[in-house]
Design a protein around this ligand. Structure first.
Ligand SMILES: Cc1ncc(C[n+]2csc(CCOP(=O)(O)OP(=O)(O)O)c2C)c(N)n1
Ligand SMILES: [Mg+2]
Length: 681
């Protein structure tokens, strides 16, 4: 209250922007983000000693010039000496005359080299958001507009950022997730309040379950209108959007006032990319985005560092070197930066076979002689057999070891000599197995340390037989004249498209075929967000990946049910001139659900997706279309598929009777079912 009164008094005399923090951590973040002229702190702040805070501010080259006043109700000569030693400009006993202090500082500061006071520049909140995003390296904002987010869309008109407007907010979220998944970089979505953000929540949960750095910016009704029954009020008095998002994001917050915008946005950007990555949501009330504020002197860049104990790395290196039948299981956490290359280096140094989880497919090349293929959903016999014949050491990298990536919680993974589980998120470790070594680190950092350690150690690793490559099920082709077997369709697709094609895969029976029969040799070749496993993700994800990699071929493999859910994003691809190739594996039904039901209950309700003519729908959305009913027709369409400029949608008429052997996942979920699943074909 006192500070607000002072702010009002001072505003008449000087251009003062006062930021108040009620705890030390927020204060330090605000100081870093805003670089104020003056910081006034109590020496005895809860959470952090004011003298230590002063020392840190002065030790940082970017904040060194800030004037610091330290005050205390219990000032002593020793405290005063320590405060001055830490770099405080003034040290005083409380009460202090804040008006005098702030007024003097405001009059003294912000002078140019000629000694003239510089005009304090102000900026509209929405423009500041856009500027900070650009500074953080963001190039694209996905979304769908509406009144409450209109200030941000208005500010985007003045920026170089590309705005990709989707047909549904879930499409925007899947596109952002696909972009983040393919690049490892921050992806941003801007949507409006109420139905806009509610439509985006499945996509937010997708980014949450798959650990993807997605920032969702939500327009919100102005704060003075909160709780008055204004349409689409999502505040704490209305829909409680922040509360809803809290469970499916790393950070969910409303920006409570203009002065909080810079440091909250910076914190949200940092949060998406630190530790286990994941989404953040900020609601932006219109009075914040429309309000003027003084421009902070800070950018949006973030640095994150980790340290690994050398003894631990030595121990792991020795265990792996001495192992008789070791296994590396690589998850999605091995994506990004140099991690995949380091994985290849470590596997070769140790002559150690590598399996990937379904989501981690591509992190180790399928064509490598040490590759066992996928373990778990849609997985390969080679991986399963190697595991079931007994391993003595396993090193699980960047995987949460859920049922889909452990072959239904296989007990064989609890290797007798050592189970080394490495994940950047401590919460993922020890959920389903008991690791002998629980290592909280990124796969990249861990593999780098291990590769260095192994390179320095003399002597070859124990001689081991090579696994013999990835072994796939041999299924028969379709005997029907108007259908093609999924594995034959995949073989033809992969023969036609370039070797560095990025495939985004949807949720359903077609996922199993893609995980099994696609050969992925690049870390970003296989984009599947299986954490939530939401239907309809693949077309949006292909859009995001194509925007990230304009010169590569990007292809979606989706089911007819998934297509029905999100087909309208084909129009987004047409409008944005994105040459994605969408292969709809059309069995005219929700195949995975029917098949699963049949397996568990011995009978199944029918879940047809008819009536739907995929080609007519896609043509109506502006895409080039093609129907494939027999083997050879995809190969015959090579020219069209490789050269047509815009998106192509291919209705691939799949034979529903051709199925892969599968596990009964329902019993894996049942109480006591873990590890007791049986293989059935
Ligand atoms: C949003 C959503 N709803 C329901 C499901 C449950 N589900 C998983 S696969 C599937 C069927 C998908 O059908 P389709 O796209 O035709 O693929 P198919 O299994 O036939 O290959 C369903 C309903 C889901 N994963 N996501
Ligand atoms: Mg289907």
């Amino acid at each position: 209250m006192q500070l607000r009164a002072i702010e009002r008094i001072l505003r008449d005399q000087h251009e003062v922007d006062l930021t108040v923090a009620d705890n030390a951590i927020d204060a330090m973040i605000a100081v870093g983000a805003l670089k104020p002229d003056l910081v006034i702190m109590d020496i005895l702040m809860p959470g952090l000693d004011g003298i230590e805070a002063c020392r840190r501010i002065k030790a940082n080259a970017e904040t060194r010039d800030i004037q610091i006043v330290l005050a205390s109700a219990m000032m002593t000569p020793e405290l005063e000496r320590a405060a001055r030693h830490a770099g405080a400009r003034r040290v005083m006993a409380k009460p202090v005359d804040l008006v005098e202090l702030v007024g003097t500082a405001a009059a003294q500061t912000v002078r140019n080299p000629a000694g003239e006071p510089e005009p304090v520049t102000t900026i509209r909140g929405a423009n500041l958001v856009v500027e900070m995003l650009a500074e953080a390296g963001v190039e694209i904002v996905f979304g769908l507009p509406g009144g409450a987010i209109s200030p941000v869309h208005d500010a985007l008109l003045d920026s170089k950022l590309r705005v990709v407007t989707t047909r549904h907010e879930s499409g925007a979220m899947f596109a952002a997730a696909g972009y983040a998944r393919a690049t490892g970089r921050l992806a941003v979505v801007a949507v409006t309040s109420g139905p806009g953000v509610l439509n985006a929540l499945t996509g937010l949960a997708t980014a949450w379950c798959d650990g993807l750095p997605v920032l969702l910016l939500v327009g919100e009704v102005p704060r003075p209108a909160h709780g008055k029954g204004v349409l689409q009020d999502g505040s704490a008095h209305g829909l409680q959007i922040v509360e809803m998002a809290r469970y499916i994001s790393k950070l969910a917050a409303e920006v409570p006032r203009p002065s909080a915008l810079p440091h909250l946005l910076r914190r949200a950007i940092a949060t998406t990319q630190s530790g286990r990555r994941g989404p953040a949501l900020l609601t932006l009330p219109m009075d914040v985005t429309m309000g003027q504020m003084s421009r902070p002197r800070a950018g949006g860049t973030v640095t994150v560092e980790h340290v690994l104990a050398p003894d631990l790395v030595d121990d792991v290196a020795t265990i792996l070197r001495d192992a008789q039948r070791p296994l590396i299981l690589a998850g999605h956490g091995v994506r990004g930066g140099t991690a995949p290359a380091r994985l290849v280096a470590v596997a070769e140094q140790l002559a150690c076979p590598v399996a990937t989880t379904p989501k981690g497919k591509g992190t180790f090349p399928d064509a490598h002689p040490l590759a066992l293929g996928v373990l778990g959903l849609g997985g390969h016999r080679s991986a399963q057999r190697y595991l079931e014949n007994g391993i003595d050491v396993v090193i699980a990298l960047g995987t949460s070891l859920g049922d889909m990536s452990t072959d239904g919680f296989s007990p064989h993974l609890q290797a007798p000599r050592a189970m080394i589980h490495v994940d950047i998120d401590a919460k993922q470790i020890g959920r389903s197995y008991a690791p002998t070594h629980a290592i909280v680190a990124s796969a990249e950092e861990f593999l780098g340390a291990l590769a260095d350690r192994l390179a320095r150690t003399q002597g070859p690793a124990a001689l081991r037989a090579l696994p013999g490559g990835v072994e796939r099920h041999v299924l028969t082709s379709s005997r029907r004249f108007d259908r093609i077997a999924p594995q034959d369709a995949i073989a033809e697709i992969q023969e036609i498209l370039p070797r560095d094609t990025i495939f985004s895969i949807d949720s359903g029976e077609h996922f199993l075929f893609a995980a099994h029969y696609l050969e992925a040799n690049l870390p970003d070749a296989f984009v599947a967000m299986t954490g939530l496993g939401s239907m309809g993700q693949s077309i949006g994800a292909a859009i995001g990946a194509q925007l990230a990699f304009p010169t590569r071929t990007v292809s979606a493999i989706c089911g007819d049910g998934c297509f029905a859910m999100n087909a309208f994003e084909v129009a987004t691809a047409v409008a944005e001139r994105l040459p994605i190739r969408v292969f709809v594996f059309n069995d005219e039904r929700l195949g995975m659900v029917e098949n699963g039901h049949q397996k568990v209950y011995g009978r199944s309700p029918a879940y047809p997706t008819t009536p739907m003519d995929v080609c007519t729908v896609a043509q109506g959305l502006g895409a080039t279309v093609l129907r494939v009913e027999r083997p050879g027709q995809l190969l015959a369409a090579r020219d069209l598929l490789c050269t047509a400029p815009g998106p192509i949608v291919v209705d691939v008429r799949i034979d529903p009777d051709i199925m892969l052997p599968r596990r009964d996942r329902v019993s894996a979920m049942a109480p006591g079912g873990a590890g007791k699943t049986k293989q059935v074909s």
